[in-house]
Design a protein around this ligand. Structure first.
Ligand code: ZN
Length: 527
């Protein structure tokens, strides 16, 4: 399998005598200065992340205005430090030395990633950034108001303004084929809109008939026993047990509570997760913790020597999402996992789960049904929610779809893909926060992450066919070890499509995901 040789993370020499570490012995002064600056930028970003984490976990409501100022100041300082003219001079000075480096070395990777990020950041006009920040906060307020009135029209003018600014931003950044490329690049470096469109078209053809078939057999899978009295404290303990089981290191991370679960990576040695517990249902908190735990394992797996550099980061949003979805769904919703984990859940909830066994639990946590809200969607229908958004974003950005026609287009696509229709805009076009702050180009990463997860999992099973049996015995370390070796230790070294190619020996494809979904749900629903 095409894989890079294992390298010493700090320094080393290949057989050809060329240095491979992050700081080669002959590194010029400009390289040391650059590393120092990247470290400062990374510290500023980590401080912003901590302020965000605190805002969601601890901050009293009265802190909101001051917190917005604090974050804006740190963001501005980080942007100024990174885009300063001397950074460009150092990169220019280093070009000759860089050409002599082993392209697979850490130093070459660092310069490649830094150059890419620097050039993109330099193209961003500061006035446009300020304008977007204002439009985002107005957009968010309009979105909140539109939701409370259940009227899209209240949000429409702000959305039109955000779209116009994003078009200007895309033009300032430049793009190889189409405007959307410029926005996609911010989340999936090196990937083109055309590639996403092709993958999604084939994925949709495979999924829509399957969703219809499952919708007609709803009585096959019951999950009623997951709803009832599931006290908070016992659920909390189970989320911690599950995180421990998958290998999340609590010496280098922690879990807290927030309204919207998320992962805040401050350093490889300090990764913060959050979860949210509803004491009336078992499942959402448990799988949310596994999801964030997957993000957290990735962050804990970057080489320690890369700390405070842009290499200590995920390859892309989609690759990050592949890790969370792997643990949440591929592992966490597998029959093998529940053979191992069910007794622990039943021990905490003996009355609630009386008469239920591991197989019934496996079936219940995999119940699939078309629903209107993306964040509640199961793994069969989830990607259709994403495709709908991707197609609408493309049409909005190009101007083919006028903003006023968006709610109608949303309803039409929801009916075509999921067979259901929202009664009002809050459970339709107003459900996601992303567009309220102008976050176009992000949605594809969620679905791409699902595809990458399954392509990685097939590769892992080719290497180690015994992994599922290990999971059934509660030994999840083999899965983590494989991901560490093939994905985590590369950090942001490779672009997402290159990483997939190197690790799996194939181009990114929708086929592994479709194979998995057809096999699993075909069996569950007797298709
Ligand atoms: Zn995620």
């Amino acid at each position: 399998m095409p894989e890079t040789p294992v390298q010493d993370a700090t320094s080393g020499v290949t057989a050809t005598g060329r240095a491979t570490g992050l700081v080669p012995p002959d590194a010029p002064p400009a390289y040391h200065r650059l590393l120092e600056r990247l470290g400062q930028v990374s510290d500023l970003h980590a401080a912003t992340t901590l302020l965000n984490w605190d805002e969601e976990v601890n901050m009293p409501p009265g802190g909101a205005a001051a917190r917005a100022e604090q974050k804006a100041t740190l963001n501005r300082l980080a942007h100024e430090a990174f885009t300063a003219p001397e950074v460009g001079q150092w990169l220019d000075e280093l070009a000759g030395w860089e050409a002599q480096l082993d392209p697979e070395s850490d130093a070459a990777a660092l310069l490649r990633v830094t150059r890419r990020d620097y050039e993109r950041a330099r193209r961003v006009p500061p006035d446009l950034v300020a304008e977007l920040a204002r439009a985002s906060s107005q957009g968010y307020q309009a979105w909140v108001e539109a939701r409370s009135q259940q009227r899209f029209a209240v949000f429409a003018p702000a959305l039109a303004r955000l779209l116009e600014l994003r078009r200007q931003m895309a033009d300032a950044l430049g793009y190889p084929e189409e405007r959307y490329d410029a926005l996609l690049e911010g989340h999936e470096p090196g990937m083109r809109t055309r590639q996403v469109r092709e993958l999604f078209t084939r994925l949709k053809e495979g999924l829509v008939p399957l969703v219809q078939a499952i919708a007609e057999r709803q009585d096959r899978v019951r999950d009623d026993f997951l709803h009832g009295d599931y006290p908070d404290a016992a659920q909390w303990e189970l989320t911690l047990e599950a995180l421990e089981a998958i290998g999340f290191d609590f010496q280098r991370g922690r879990q807290d509570r927030s309204i919207h679960p998320f992962t805040a990576p401050l350093a490889t040695g300090d990764v913060r997760l959050t979860t949210r517990i509803n004491p009336r249902v078992f499942g959402p908190a448990f799988f949310s913790s596994l999801h964030e735990g997957g993000h957290g394992l990735y962050e804990q797996g970057f080489p320690a020597a890369w700390h405070r550099t842009p290499l200590a980061d995920g390859a892309s949003s989609a690759v990050h999402e592949s890790q969370s979805r792997l643990w949440e769904n591929v592992i966490g919703r597998s029959r093998e996992f529940w053979r191992f984990f069910f007794p622990r859940v039943q021990a905490r909830f003996p009355q609630q789960l009386a008469g239920v066994d591991a197989e019934a639990m496996y079936r219940a946590v995999n119940r699939s049904r078309p629903s209107l809200i993306r964040v509640d969607a199961d793994e069969v229908t989830y990607n259709l929610h994403i495709m709908l958004r991707f197609e609408l974003e493309l049409a909005l950005l190009s101007g083919d779809l006028p903003v006023d026609d968006l709610p109608g287009a949303w309803r039409e696509k929801t009916r075509a893909y999921l067979g259901i229709e929202p009664a009002h805009d809050v459970e339709g076009v107003l459900q996601d926060i992303h567009w309220s702050w102008g976050g176009f180009g992000y949605f594809p990463s969620y679905a791409l992450g699902n595809l990458i997860a399954l392509q990685l999992w097939e590769a892992a099973l080719r290497d180690e066919p015994g992994l599922p049996e290990e999971i059934a015995r509660g030994r999840l370390g083999g899965v983590l070890q494989w991901m560490r070796q093939h994905v985590h230790r590369h950090g942001a070294r490779y672009e997402p499509l290159e990483l997939v190619r190197r690790v799996t020996g194939a181009e990114l494809s929708e086929q592994p995901f479709l194979r998995y979904i057809r096999r699993k749900y075909g069996e569950l629903y007797g298709l």
